[in-house]
Design a protein around this ligand. Sequence first.
Ligand SMILES: *Cc1c(COP(=O)(O)O)cnc(C)c1O
Length: 359
Amino acid sequence: MVNIPVTLSTDLKKKPTIEEEGSLGFGKRFSDHMFIMEWYDGEWHNPRIEPYHRLSIDPSSSVLHYAQEIFEGLKAYRTGDGRIVMFRPDANSERLNNSAKRMCMPTIDVDFNVEAMRKLVEIEKDWVPHSDGTSLYLRPTMFANDEALGVHAAKNYVYFVICSPSGAYYKEGLKPIRIRVEDKYVRAVRGGTGFAKTGGNYACSILAGDIAAKEGFAQVLWLDGEHLKYVQEVGAMNMMFIVNGKLLTADLKDTVLPGVTRRSILALAREKGLEVEERDISIDELIAYAESGELQEAFGTGTAAVVSPVGELCYRDKHMVIGGGEIGKLTMDFYNTLTGIQWGRIPDTHGWVKEVCKA
Ligand SMILES: *Cc1c(COP(=O)(O)O)cnc(C)c1O
């Protein structure tokens, strides 16, 4: 394992107090240190942890023009039994590499990347907030940094990991959200980059998100780019539907982001003996289930919210209220089980939780 040298900050920031943890929100504050390394001459150089700082890039930097950029999102938690842990950092590191391959970017050895994140979180352990439901969010990011114009794979890259203390996603308990099914704009197309966590996918999603927000919706549900017919996923969450006691979700084609939370929930569902169908689900099929009362629950899955109950789906003039707008039983079960494993309240029988250090 490559040694990762550390330069500690001599100018530590004020950490949020317990009272301030209630208003942390998401992604607004950053800790004292970051991991960073550069790629040139065909390999990674100088991996190190140093004080959090601004980056200086040339106006011609390739990422600014051609968006060769990928990122990840995962969390570190403080457990009740006095440990700091990360949830499935190996899965995020593998996905980063899959995104990298699609975007013609260099990959990073998975064990090395996990160790880089572990060491960073260990140094920042006092930044992992204490209150219920809070966590330290990690944002690994890689971008192309050739100082030249021209569309081709760059030869220079920067990879960094920053940490952001994040508040409880649900301060007043889980709340079902309203979702607008988008019937004009699309997020991903066959053969495109939908399965990669790359900035461009989000840039092109902002307009539909804005329209939905103006109409009072929390999220957009994307349909497939070819037929505008099959349900894909929402902004940064995969979607699951409970229909007649079965769990339905879009199968992973190259248009759907393979969520680590999705994968974890499907594993839990299969263990429970729930029937799982990963397949094409058309919006018409969903509407029919909603109208016949067979659509019992719907929820999104993603690192930020873990599980987000959906109370209403709106497609054109059809308003589908799900489970009377209340949180479904399985939705609640999945939330409690997965967050229980993450915060160390429920034994981790899957090897998902990686210990960073003692708190
Ligand atoms: C990150 C993301 C998800 C959820 O992935 P997790 O690994 O569960 O956080 C789902 N869809 C999109 C588009 C995403 O960017």
